[in-house]
Design a protein around this ligand. Structure first.
Ligand SMILES: NC(=O)C1=CN([C@@H]2O[C@H](COP(=O)(O)OP(=O)(O)OC[C@H]3O[C@@H](n4cnc5c(N)ncnc54)[C@H](O)[C@@H]3O)[C@@H](O)[C@H]2O)[C@@H](O)CC1
Ligand SMILES: Nc1ncnc2c1ncn2[C@@H]1O[C@H](COP(=O)(O)OP(=O)(O)O)[C@@H](O)[C@H]1O
Ligand SMILES: [Mg+2]
Length: 270
C-alpha cells in the first residue's frame, strides 16, 4: 500500500468562472441532523465547489442560509425538483445526517434510479447504513463510498478486527466502487491501487468530521480528476487537522472548514 505524503492544488485559469468548478448536489440532513449536511455544504463551498445545492429537510433551510449563504437549498420531500437537480449535477453526495427512516430510503432509491453513468456519487453516513440493509443494486456510475470502520463492517460484512487491506480490496472490487475507509491512517481503495494517508490525529475524533470530509471530496470531484480529487481531499482534511492540533486539544469540524482555502493556497502549484 502506497503512502500519500504530498499533494498539490492546481492554479485556477484566469479565464474561468463558477461553471468550471462543478455543480455539486449534497443530499442529507433530516429534522435532527441538519448540522451534518451544513458542515458538508460549508466544506464544499470552502473547498472551491463552483455551485453548491443542498437538498435537506425544510426545517434546516434558515439555519443553512444563515451559516452558508453561498449554497442554494431544496426540500428533501420535493421529488420533482430533486429530479432536475440530479440531472444538472456533476457530482452528488448523499448520506450525512440523512436518517434511516423511509424518507432517507426513498431518496436514496430515487437517486439510484435517476443518476446517469457519467455522474459521480459519494455515498456516506446513513446512506451506507441504509444500503447495507436494503442491498439495492448499485447504479452504473462512478461510485465512492466513504465509510468509517463500523459502516464498512455493515457494508462489506468484514468485522472491524478482520479489515485487512487484502479483504478490503476484494470487497471494494466486488462492490465495483472506490472506497475511502476512514480511521486513524485512512485507507483508499481506488481503481489505480491502494493508498494510505499517514496524517490525522485523535483531536479530530468528534462528530461532523466525516461530514466535512465528504463535502471536500464532493467539491474536489467537481474540480479535479476523480482519483486525484479523493487523494487531495483526504490529505488536506488530515493535514489541516494536524496543523490545528498543534495548538488545540480537540479540533471541531467547523475549524477545519475555515482553514481549507488557506491550506489550498499553501499547497498551490507554482
Ligand atoms: N451534527 C450532526 O448532525 C451530526 C450528524 N451525524 C450523522 O449521524 C449519522 C450516523 O453516523 P454515526 O457515525 O454517528 O453512527 P453509526 O451508528 O453509523 O456509527 C457510529 C459508531 O461506530 C463505531 N465506530 C467504530 N469504528 C469507528 C470509526 N473508525 N469511526 C467512527 N465510528 C466508529 C463507534 O462506536 C460509533 O459509536 C450519519 O448520517 C452522520 O452523518 C454525525 O456526523 C455526527 C454529527
Ligand atoms: N484518531 C483519529 N486519527 C485520525 N483521523 C481521525 C481520528 N478519529 C477520527 N478521524 C477522522 O475523522 C473523520 C470521522 O468520520 P465519521 O466517523 O464519518 O464522522 P461524522 O460522521 O461524525 O462526521 C474521518 O475522516 C476520520 O479519519
Ligand atoms: Mg460519518
Amino acid at each position: 500500500m502506497e503512502t500519500i505524503s504530498r499533494i498539490t492544488i492546481p492554479q485556477r485559469e484566469n479565464e474561468s468562472h463558477k461553471g468550471y468548478y462543478g455543480r455539486i448536489l449534497l443530499i442529507g440532513g433530516n429534522q435532527n441532523m441538519g448540522g451534518s449536511i451544513m458542515l458538508s455544504a460549508r466544506a464544499c463551498v470552502y473547498s472551491g465547489g463552483g455551485l453548491t445545492t443542498v437538498v435537506t429537510h425544510q426545517s434546516n433551510h434558515t439555519a443553512l442560509h444563515s451559516r452558508c449563504p453561498e449554497a442554494m437549498v431544496s426540500d428533501l420531500s420535493d421529488i420533482k425538483r430533486l429530479s432536475k437537480l440530479v440531472a444538472d449535477a456533476d457530482c452528488i453526495l448523499i448520506g450525512p445526517g440523512l436518517g434511516l427512516d423511509f424518507q432517507g430510503n426513498n431518496t436514496l432509491t430515487f437517486l439510484f434510479q435517476h443518476i446517469k453513468n457519467n455522474q459521480t456519487v459519494i455515498i456516506d453516513g446513513d446512506a451506507i447504513t441504509i444500503l447495507s440493509k436494503l442491498r439495492h443494486p448499485l447504479p452504473d456510475c462512478n461510485i465512492i463510498f466513504t465509510p468509517h470502520q463500523k459502516e464498512w463492517e455493515r457494508l462489506s460484512g468484514i468485522e472491524i478486527d478482520d479489515q485487512t487491506p487484502e479483504r478490503n480490496r476484494a470487497a471494494a472490487q466486488e462492490l465495483g466502487a472506490q472506497v475511502v475507509l476512514k480511521k486513524h491512517n485512512t485507507e483508499l481503495y481506488l481503481n489505480s491501487g491502494d493508498y494510505r494517508i499517514e496524517k490525522g490525529n485523535p483531536a479530530m475524533a468528534s462528530g461532523g468530521m466525516g461530514d466535512t470530509l465528504a463535502g471536500i471530496i464532493a467539491s474536489f470531484a467537481g474540480q479535479f480528476e476523480i482519483e486525484e480529487a479523493i487523494k487531495k481531499a483526504v490529505f488536506i482534511h488530515s493535514k489541516i487537522g494536524d496543523k490545528l492540533a498543534q495548538d488545540m486539544y480537540v479540533v471541531p469540524a467547523s475549524k477545519i472548514i475555515d482553514e481549507i482555502p488557506y491550506m489550498m493556497k499553501h499547497l498551490e502549484e507554482e
